[in-house]
Design a protein around this ligand. Structure first.
Ligand code: FMN
Length: 344
């Protein structure tokens, strides 16, 4: 008997396959399909920090008698509105009409009733100001854990690396004041010292790090002379950057690691587990092939484990992490003289 079960963020999962945060995880219909198709857990589509502030502001401007009690409960912290990105305000004015905070909370509680797998909520945030009280409401709605998606592009010439990094730490500090459910932090890779920062982040009390968010990258439309976004979905060859960092950090950081980006098939899932990942988050593959690939990935994993005489994930997880391989330099080499010189 092959046992794919594992622990992630302290939660018991029947397998390490997590459907990552995206539009695919924003309806109860899809969440039921995801569970039926055999996922181990799901991360809901992120609610945006700006959305929370916007709703809070709207609420404060209404004549609702609850306002007083809210302000007392949260010591007035919902009374300020500060938008980190100006354009977010424009976008949210329209968006929030359809997607209210209550819809998000209902999605969590309905998901908890309807599906038997852990439900991880998600907040997309870039500041530590004024929105963390909503994390408590997420917990009260029944979420099993909360993923904080923090993606700061260090493009501000006035800000040092330390200042940028402090944002991550202060967000965690603030959110931890409001909730007791496990927190995972989803990050990008723009850190001057990723290994040390990841280690320090893992010591803040978070339960997991998700490596990495995949940003929308700009492109230039040569016909219309406009800046555009391209390649919304990852390709199946994009997994190696994550693989390197999972291998380098696993066994070193004091929290779980989830691998994300470019994981499209059972082979890549197994590679990330061998590198030391505790779970894998997949998104693009489901946009391309729908959730039918989930049972195929489970089957592929079981076959590979049978062929290699592994009965459980713990027997091979981390077997090829940096600390367990004979040649750790293989993960660190970025300029490979012998390889490059052999190509003419
Ligand atoms: C259409 C789309 C929407 C996404 N929305 C979110 C989101 O709301 N929150 C989040 O943390 N990540 C979001 N992501 C990022 C994914 O969760 C994931 O980190 C990224 O796509 C890399 O994984 P993949 O290679 O399996 O697609 C989104 C990705 C896509 C393609």
């Amino acid at each position: 008997m092959i046992d794919l079960s594992c622990k992630y963020l302290g939660l018991q999962l029947k397998n390490p396959l997590v459907v990552g945060s995206s539009g695919l995880t924003s309806s109860i219909h899809n969440l039921k399909t995801i569970a039926q198709m055999g996922a181990g857990a799901v991360v809901l589509k992120s609610i945006f920090e700006e959305q929370i502030k916007f709703e809070a502001d709207k609420f404060l401007k209404s004549n609702n008698p609850q306002i007083q009690s809210w302000n007392e409960a949260f010591q007035g912290i919902v009374s300020k509105t500060e938008f980190y990105y100006e354009e977010a305000f424009q976008y949210l004015t329209d968006y929030a009409k359809d997607h209210t905070l209550n819809n998000y909370l209902s999605l969590i509680s309905e998901a908890k009733k309807e599906i038997p797998i852990p439900v991880i909520a998600s907040i997309n945030c870039t500041t530590q100001y004024d929105w963390q009280y909503f994390a408590r409401r997420i917990q009260e709605a029944g979420a099993d854990a909360l993923e904080l998606n923090v993606y700061l592009l260090p493009s501000d010439f006035e800000k040092s690396g330390t200042e940028n990094e402090e944002v991550y730490f202060s967000i965690i500090r603030e959110v931890r004041k409001f909730i007791t459910i496990p927190i995972s932090l989803k990050i990008g890779y723009y850190f001057s010292s990723l290994a040390q920062t990841a280690l320090k982040l893992s010591e803040t009390g978070i339960a997991g790090l998700t490596l990495f968010n995949r940003p929308y990258n700009p492109d230039i439309d040569l016909d219309n002379l406009q800046v555009d976004a391209k390649n919304m979905f990852s390709s199946e060859s994009e997994y190696s950057h994550t693989l390197r960092w999972v291998a380098l950090l696993s066994g070193k950081v004091n929290c779980d690691i989830a691998a994300s980006t470019g994981i499209h098939n059972h082979e890549t899932v197994i590679k990330q587990l061998l590198a030391g990942a505790d779970s894998v988050h997949m998104v693009s593959v489901f946009y391309k092939n729908h959730f039918d690939v989930l049972p195929q990935i489970v089957k592929g994993m079981e076959k590979w484990m049978t062929d290699h005489n592994f009965k459980s994930i713990s027997e091979f997880k981390g077997l090829l992490s940096r600390k367990n391989v004979h040649n750790p330099a293989a993960y660190e080499r970025v300029q490979f003289l012998r390889l490059f010189s052999s190509v003419e």
